[in-house]
Design a protein around this ligand. Structure first.
Ligand SMILES: Cc1cc2nc3c(=O)[nH]c(=O)nc-3n(C[C@H](O)[C@H](O)[C@H](O)COP(=O)(O)O)c2cc1C
Length: 395
């Protein structure tokens, strides 16, 4: 767990820093907060102290025996400034050190993430843009503000991104960059096969494990393409939205020859409806009994593996298998069978009986590789994602 310094400056979004502190402390990180004097006009030190469980004193000239700014700079493993005001960006770009936060930033060797938030005009102002470029050129990470509702009635770019996104972007700075230069393609979500314009066949996959893998690969330096079946777009990665199994297959075909790792977490329907109705199927028309004729969808993972082999591509493939097993040894058996059958390099199997896994934030998986590695991992989907990438890096 990391020692984190959180700087807060005087912007309307300063109150959102409370959610950032909460997310970080809940994950076990230690957080020391340095508000600017103007930040304290927007949010009270008492709140920041209570949430961070650390004292908050932004005065550079108190506790001078410990040389506070140097101590904070040296002990920090990560520095976040959120929200960062236009004035803060200008001062930092010029190297001005006239308060505890700016001195700490000048003195630290830790990675720094800055999340600017201000009105659109202030953000797009040439001075602000030039300051951002200067800071980026010096290796500080700038998180692009979101587009949305601002202080008043107006909306545009300049809104502070959601606390979850700030925390993820910041913690990503601490990850090893062992996937730098690699293109990782992840499929996630669950396909939907239409029956008529209103109804479809679907499954319970939430896409959370795939999204966790896409985020983890991106944090470790990879260029990521996420092919998402009926899930929300993920900022920071190239996102291809699909709905049916056939759409997923063609999206995959388009990227396969330019890919180093293929991670297939999407729950793809085994079948689709043979005759999709153009109009809503009505009971008054079909009567009390009706039959849907289904035809098999292609086995997308197996076909991708065959194509990779036929074309001699250097793509490592990962399959996911949601099984309903009676115990671990049956799960192992099913997983080994699937690993062989699909021909992928690594298989992640989980037991989904009794409603486990789908939509939950935790996962418990068995990982098998073609090279004979076997590992059981239980934890959050983020932890499982990180373990899968560790093993992929080994094989
Ligand atoms: C109500 C109000 C809201 C403000 N919101 C922002 C803001 O969102 N972003 C910003 O850059 N400045 C904002 N400002 C201006 C800053 O507070 C001002 O530039 C200040 O000098 C920043 O101080 P600091 O960077 O030392 O914290 C706001 C000012 C007021 C009065």
């Amino acid at each position: 767990m990391a020692r984190i310094v959180l700087g807060i400056t005087g912007g309307i979004a300063a109150y959102k820093a409370t959610a950032i502190i909460r997310l970080l402390t809940e994950q076990g990180h230690s957080v020391k907060v340095i508000p600017t004097q103007n930040a304290l006009r927007f949010i009270g030190a008492t709140t920041l102290e209570a949430l961070s469980h650390n004292s908050v004193d932004p005065d550079l000239y108190t506790d001078v025996e410990s040389v506070k700014h140097i101590a904070l700079a040296q002990e920090a493993e990560l520095v976040i400034v959120a929200p960062a005001s236009a004035s803060f960006l200008a001062r930092t770009a010029s190297g001005i050190a006239d308060d505890l936060l700016s001195n700490t930033i000048l003195a630290t060797k830790a990675p720094v993430l800055i999340a600017p938030a201000m009105h659109t005009e202030m953000f797009l102002n040439e001075a602000t843009q030039a300051n951002i470029k200067t800071l980026e050129s010096r290796g500080l990470a700038i998180l692009e503000p979101a587009i949305g509702r601002l202080t008043g009635e107006d909306s545009g770019i300049g809104r502070l991104p959601e606390p979850e996104q700030i925390v993820e972007a910041a913690l990503a700075l601490l990850e090893p960059k062992d996937f730098l230069g690699k293109h990782v393609v992840v499929t996630a979500g669950g396909t939907q096969e239409p029956i008529d314009p209103v109804r479809f066949l679907a499954n319970r996959s939430s896409g959370m494990q795939g999204v966790a893998l896409a985020k983890a690969a991106s944090a470790r330096g990879a260029r990521v393409t996420l092919i998402g079946a009926n899930i929300a777009e993920l900022p920071g990665v190239s996102f291809v939205s699909v709905s049916t199994a056939l759409e997923l297959q063609s999206a995959l075909d388009a990227v396969l020859s330019d890919c180093d790792y293929l991670i297939m977490t999407a729950a793809v329907s085994d079948f689709r409806v043979k005759h999709v109705s153009d109009v809503k199927v009505k009971r008054s028309v079909v009567g009390q009994n009706t039959t849907l004729e289904l035809i098999a969808n292609p086995d997308i993972l197996q076909m991708a593996v065959s194509k990779i082999n036929d074309l001699g591509l250097a793509v490592k493939t990962v399959g996911f298998a949601a099984e309903t097993a009676s115990d671990v040894s049956q799960l192992r058996q099913l997983a080994a069978h699937k690993l062989m059958g699909k021909g992928c390099d690594l298989l992640v199997a989980n037991d989904v009986s009794a409603g486990r896994v789908f939509g939950a934030s935790d996962n418990s998986v068995l990982i098998l590789t073609k090279t004979g590695i076997e590992r059981s991992i239980s934890g959050t989907k983020t932890e499982v994602a990180s373990a899968v990438l560790d093993i992929l890096g080994e094989i």
